[in-house]
Ligand binder design. Sequence first.
Ligand SMILES: [Zn+2]
Ligand SMILES: [Zn+2]
Length: 136
Amino acid sequence: MVRGSCLCKAVSFEIDGKTTDIGMCHCSKCRKVSGVASNANLIAARDRLRWLSGEDQITKFELPGGWGPWRCSVCGSPVPKLRPDGGAYWVPVGLLDSDPGVRIAGHIFVGSKAPWDEIAGQAPQLRDGFGSERLN
Ligand SMILES: [Zn+2]
Ligand SMILES: [Zn+2]
């Protein structure tokens, strides 16, 4: 069991059971959404994530094409977002308040990372998505 919350604690949730490892996405869209070099997310099945508070405080930003973050409408933190297929959530791992017990599975879209981005560690660095060419 791991719990997570936004900066102001209005939105909180818990995940019961197994999640994926962490994906670090360095693509240009994730840079815009996060404001930093890469987005760190894991995936949790929909029925494994339970909102503890603030589900009604979530603002669902959506650009044409469906891409966009869900955020706490009080503090602006990103919050878990339901995937388009509805079966699972993307969970920004920075929200987690304890160790989820999983580690970085890989860095994706490294082929289009920012020129100033330095990637540390031994995790695979992949040109595009998972399954694409490994660069390290
Ligand atoms: Zn908040
Ligand atoms: Zn991305």
